[in-house]
Design a protein. Structure first.
Length: 367
């Protein structure tokens, strides 16, 4: 009788991802959490892999099974990693995985790298922002950055979101990187009327939600929708909500469940990004797969918007940004760019294709 083939055990680590597995939990999550959630749930469909996920403490049981993934509770995400990191360590031990994957640098990144070094497990890391590759993170947080830089160098596989970040990581961290695009599940195109501008994200300062309010106020004849969760530790959020309430053509939505967000992108005539910096925003992927053109003030990774005619970037110029909004919402060009975006996403960001790249990495790096 042939022996059973040993499964590869993969553990994803992202404490704030729990609300994605349990939509009844109203807590905040971001693009990094979405990335790992999609990878984990898709990987769990393959019987060759056994998938676990270290999440935060939201009052749920110590261990849960959701969507084929074993969820392991660790620390309260509002607690300091320095004092409560041992709870993450315990969860990592309970996972007993061959490979641990993490995204979005923090002290937790260094903790996971240390754990993998001690127990001789593989560590796979993926950047969540260009600031992790271009040196900004290390300049802003030099002490923490020293530990994170060491973790990056010790990773068995180091992944970035675009070619620009691969070049930057080599220059600033001395680490070669593999580029893997953000993945998404693609559903049939929706037949909906498109109207107005949409902004989706957290209220983090780097995402500049205040600029979207400024844009909406400048175009009173265009309807705008802002889906904006409170960023972690953002004490200015109530003021943002108050200011949004004074703009008559702006609908402000505090939270939309991940499973319902696609309909917002499908109804928008333009998706607006006001961030100072991103890696490759998941919202770009969500907009493009909904055939919605993208208007970006500054962010254009690998010149994606212009090279593939999926939208436009104002290169930080506010007057140009405003002119571009009118062009997207009032001319047929916006619909053409939206269709270009959907074709690009189908060709390059399909989760069923991208998961195969990760499977190869997990198989190659598993100790």
């Amino acid at each position: 009788m042939e022996s059973e083939v040993k499964k590869i055990r993969v553990c994803f680590v992202s404490p704030k991802a729990y609300p994605l597995f349990n939509p009844a939990c109203p807590a905040v999550f971001g693009g990094a959490e979405v990335d790992l959630y999609l990878l984990a749930t898709e990987l769990a469909k393959d019987p060759q892999f056994e998938v676990s996920f270290v999440v935060g403490d939201y009052g749920q049981p110590k261990t849960e099974q959701r969507q084929g993934v074993t969820l392991l509770k660790s620390l309260d995400v509002d607690k300091n990693m320095i004092f409560y990191g041992w709870k993450v360590w315990q969860a990592l031990r309970r996972a007993d995985a061959d490979v641990y994957m993490h995204e979005a640098c923090s002290l937790g990144t260094a903790l996971i790298a240390l754990f993998c070094g001690i127990y001789r497990r593989s560590f796979v890391y993926r950047t969540a922002s260009s600031q992790e590759a271009d040196g900004t993170y290390f300049r802003q947080k030099p002490l923490r950055g020293w530990w994170v830089r060491r973790a990056f160098r010790k990773a068995d596989a180091f992944i970035v979101q675009n070619e620009q970040d691969a070049r930057r990581a080599l220059a600033t961290v001395g680490r070669s990187a593999r580029v893997i695009r953000n993945a998404c599940r693609i559903r049939p195109a929706a037949a909906t009327d498109k109207n107005g501008g949409l902004w989706v994200g957290r209220s983090d300062p780097v995402k500049r939600p205040d600029l979207f309010l400024k844009l909406a106020a400048a175009f009173p004849d265009i309807p705008f929708t802002m889906v904006c969760q409170q960023g972690h530790g953002d004490n200015r959020y109530p003021e943002l909500v108050r200011q949004a309430g004074q703009i008559g053509n702006l609908t402000f939505v505090k939270r939309v469940a991940f499973g319902d967000i696609d309909s917002y992108f499908e109804r928008a005539a333009a998706f607006v990004n006001t961030s100072d910096s991103e890696g490759f925003p998941n919202t770009f992927v969500q907009a493009a797969k909904a055939a919605t053109p993208i208007l970006s003030l500054t962010v254009n990774p690998d010149e994606f918007l212009t090279r593939h005619a999926c939208g436009v970037c104002a290169d930080g110029n506010w007057e140009r940004f405003c002119r571009m909004l009118s062009d997207l919402t009032e001319t047929p060009r916006g619909r053409e760019w939206g269709q270009n975006g959907r074709e690009y996403i189908k060709a390059h960001h399909d989760l069923q294709v991208i998961i195969e790249e990760y499977k190869r990495i997990f198989l190659q790096t598993a100790h």
